[in-house]
Design a protein around this ligand. Sequence first.
Ligand SMILES: NC(=O)c1ccc[n+]([C@@H]2O[C@H](COP(=O)([O-])OP(=O)(O)OC[C@H]3O[C@@H](n4cnc5c(N)ncnc54)[C@H](O)[C@@H]3O)[C@@H](O)[C@H]2O)c1
Length: 250
Amino acid sequence: MEKTRDMKKVGIIGCGVIGTLIAEACQQGLVICNGLILYDQDAEKAEKLKSALHFPVTVVSSLDEMLELKPKVIVEAASQQAAREYVERIVAADVDLIVMSTGALLDLKTKSHRIHVPSGAIGGLDALASAAIAGIDEVMLTSRKNPKAFKLNNKEPQIVYEGSAEEAARLYPREMNVAATLALTVKPAKVRVQVISDPDVQRNTHEIMVKWRFGEMSLKFANEPHPDNPKTSALAAWSAIRLLKTLIEK
Ligand SMILES: NC(=O)c1ccc[n+]([C@@H]2O[C@H](COP(=O)([O-])OP(=O)(O)OC[C@H]3O[C@@H](n4cnc5c(N)ncnc54)[C@H](O)[C@@H]3O)[C@@H](O)[C@H]2O)c1
């Protein structure tokens, strides 16, 4: 693969559910790019994804190798720990970065126009960000998932967590990036979070209630969990695909 940035290559860190859906979207032409650079700490996962694709793909064994190939955009679809480890190096290389594991951004000191936060498994963030400027009195996120997602088998709805968005994202790094995304959007307002293990829901459901200076908002998302990873909603991958399209096709 050529090493020029106008080649419009996409780097993907993490070849799990989200990384795979993004790679497939590139192959299908939903995102116009010339090639993929894949990295996963589990090299087999990157190789497996490469062999499932019929598209120019380079598998690399480190972030440095990925950066040498000059991707135009990198998508982090790995873990909060990965995001913490890689964000600064990617920003320093002047590459646009889409961060899926948004919990990692809560305590990140680096500020950069290269860091992009997708709406993830929720939406309506434009309205929330607008209200945040005017002044928000209250934000409440209620997330319901089937007990399977928590490896529980309660027969009645059961609150598994109640507290702040920051703590929820720390205690549930795989499940509660939604809380982190909300917290980043409505800053300096604080988000209260309730997580419920609910046998009556099959979909990952997020309800957001906002009281702000000039009105109220209520938003509800009922997302199909991905069969390979019930913690992840397909909408999260599609939000990354949309953001990737705008960054790479500009
Ligand atoms: N923002 C949102 O609304 C939202 C929604 C869903 C998932 N997520 C987050 O997106 C991330 C990816 O989700 P997924 O469902 O694709 O997960 P997944 O478990 O299916 O795949 C993650 C992949 O990343 C790899 N990985 C983990 N740590 C790594 C590291 N340090 N370096 C390189 N590779 C590493 C793993 O080996 C795995 O193959 C997770 O952190 C998840 O919590 C965010």
